[in-house]
Design a protein around this ligand. Structure first.
Ligand SMILES: [Zn+2]
Length: 604
């Protein structure tokens, strides 16, 4: 098919918001005379799990010129209409009630959809241009508007009407928000950037726009140099859904969909960046960096995506891990937070990874490859068996950046720029070994050993040694209790003992460390604590036991395994040195200080 093919025409109506049903139709002017087939993606790019969106198609019918014709399902995600002359229209009812950024949602307050969850693709017409009529709901929802980066054909700004996409791949990469959202706008790299915030919020949107503009401009400058480096898009959109409790984001070519807690957005009259707001800025920064890293600089196997099956790559540590490294780094580099606050964030990621024994079993390359069956399917054994290519990937990226800076007088910034020039800008996929080769080329020495140990192997990156060369000291200590996530210990807090298990709010063990005290006593994930030394179990009692001076006496534990009461004898152990915090080294030499300033952008 060429761009001169007749467009595939889509039409989406919020049919029954209270029943969460969209009516979605697709019209093909010149259907395959042998019987046109239609396919729905099984996954959405950016979230590497087969999600079977077709399970929410509740009613599908086909109409040709003379009326209704037969349509048969041939596979879980595939329909075939009876042979007919065009135009052929397939109409589906799609159930949409997922609050996440990955599928679709509809109720009386808002509608949201990713094309991959609602738009059938006529087989053989993947490259044909598309039009989409986005129809308003019943007049009862008269205030609703539309926020999307699909280009408008006939629609006012934020209006319902006709939009277009150059092909099916583009059609499903511009999610659509409809409802009563608040908006703000800023310019970065010469491009308009819009923010649309949905939800019951009272947020300081001008402040949010101001802060995000610094982050976005910093990335735009990183990839091009200020003067002649426009943003890679004409217009960018942050779609934000603020809820009571939630977190998530998904990157797209010219937009991102974010879910956050409403108290994470900046509050009017509050000048400081709260921990919650910092979390939100990190998320927005992460997704914006993806505009380059993974949306344009992408693994060879994603160019193009095969939406019918898993697309395997060992590089997600780079596409997600490097992105996770830059998301916080950009905040210090653009001057939003001081170096000390950035180092606190690094300490937390390091703490998370050190508390994941599975990092010694699974490499980040393996974790990337198995994302489809492991990362999105976390279970009680995941921390023992695997590691996140996000968190460990961010640490590998940090170690790679410091290594490039120290031995090669270059940096990860140079590597990202080279990937952009060689792969992202010209649209050439990144082969599986390209990043390793490019890093060695830039450093002027073979970095194969680094990749063998820390990317393809499970060895921890040598962060303490590297950070020291940059005037930063890495400290390790024992946790001071179950809620200690890392950072500098509060004064007077003593190291605690460890149970070797995570206890949920309902006193159920969610995870048991292999070889730890709970595991050796015979406790398992899923067991519910009932009593400790004969006293009814509670979170406070557990915390008190962990702070008690250790004695030789084992603790008597009673717990339910399923519905059977069991008793255990548990010997606590000293908490391991798995809690990290980082400080600026006041005695660092001048060359280390210079390297640190260049790395953190604190020069001058
Ligand atoms: Zn990401």
């Amino acid at each position: 098919m060429t761009a001169s093919s007749p467009p595939t025409q889509y039409h989406i109506v919020p049919l029954d918001p209270h029943a969460h049903l969209y009516q979605v139709s697709v019209t093909v002017v010149d259907p395959d005379p042998a019987g046109q087939r239609f396919r729905l993606p099984t996954w959405i790019p950016g979230s590497y799990l087969i999600r079977e969106f077709a399970r929410h198609f509740v009613h599908v019918r086909a109409e040709a010129e003379r009326g209704e014709i037969g349509i048969t399902k041939e596979a879980k995600d595939l329909w075939r209409a009876a042979p007919c002359f065009g135009p052929l229209t397939v109409v589906a009812h799609v159930y949409a009630y997922d609050l996440s950024v990955r599928t679709a949602y509809l109720d009386g307050t808002r509608g949201y959809f990713n094309g991959s969850a609602v738009f059938l693709c006529p087989e053989g017409r993947e490259d044909a241009p598309c039009t989409v009529d986005i129809v308003p709901p019943d007049p009862a929802f008269g205030e609703w508007r539309v926020a999307t980066t699909l280009p408008a054909v006939v629609a006012a700004p934020y209006g319902f009407g006709r939009y277009r996409a150059e092909n099916y791949d583009a059609l499903i990469d511009h999610p659509v928000e409809t409802g009563t959202f608040a908006t703000a706008t800023f310019i970065a790299g010469g491009a308009q950037h819009d923010i649309a915030v949905t939800g019951h919020v009272r947020a300081d949107l001008p402040r949010l726009a101001q802060d995000l503009s610094r982050v976005c401009q910093w990335y735009i400058d990183l990839f091009g140099g200020a003067a002649n480096s426009p943003a890679p898009v004409d217009r960018y959109l942050f779609q934000v859904l603020a809820v009571g409790d939630g977190y998530g984001g998904l990157e797209h070519r010219a937009s991102t969909s974010l879910v956050c807690r409403r108290d994470e957005l900046p509050q009017p009259g509050v000048a400081d960046i709260s921990d919650g707001y910092l979390n939100f800025l990190g998320l927005a920064s992460h997704e914006y960096f993806h505009t380059w890293n993974v949306k344009r600089i992408k693994p060879e196997v994603f160019a193009p995506y095969d939406l019918t099956r898993e697309n395997y790559t060992r590089q997600l540590w780079a596409f997600e891990g490097i992105t996770s490294y830059y998301d916080d780094l950009a905040l210090v580099r653009c001057g939003l937070i001081p170096a000390e606050r950035y180092l606190e964030l690094v300490g937390r990621i390091l703490t998370t990874v050190l508390r994941t024994p599975g990092r010694l079993t699974q490499s980040v390359a393996e974790s990337s490859f198995d994302a489809w069956i492991k990362h999105y399917r976390q279970d009680e054994n995941s921390p023992n068996a695997g590691v996140s290519y996000y968190a460990k990937g961010a640490l590998v990226a940090l170690a790679l950046d410091l290594t490039l800076r120290f031995v090669g007088r270059v940096s990860l910034d140079d590597l990202m720029r080279a990937l952009w020039i060689r792969h992202g800008h010209p649209g050439i996929g990144v082969p599986e070994d390209a990043i390793e080769k490019l890093a060695s080329e830039l450093a002027g020495r073979d970095l194969g050993d680094f990749f063998a140990r820390h990317v393809y192997g499970t060895e921890d990156p040598p962060l303490a040694r590297l950070l020291e060369e940059f005037g930063v000291t890495l400290h390790l200590r024992a946790a001071t209790g179950p809620k200690d996530r890392g950072g500098k210990p509060a004064q007077g807090e003593a190291p605690a003992s460890t149970l070797g298990a995570r206890v949920g709010p309902d006193l159920k063990l969610t995870y048991v460390t292999r070889g730890g005290p709970a595991s050796r006593a015979g406790l398992s994930a899923g067991d519910t604590l009932v009593a400790i030394d004969g006293i009814k179990a509670s979170q406070d009692l557990i915390a008190a036991q962990l702070m008690r001076p250790r004695s030789a006496e084992p603790i008597a534990i009673h717990a339910f395994r399923r519905d059977e009461l069991r008793s255990f004898e548990l010997e606590l152990q000293p908490a391991p040195l798995d809690t990290a915090w980082l400080t600026l080294d006041g005695n660092a030499g001048s060359s280390a200080m210079l390297r640190r300033d260049a790395w953190l952008g604190t020069l001058g």
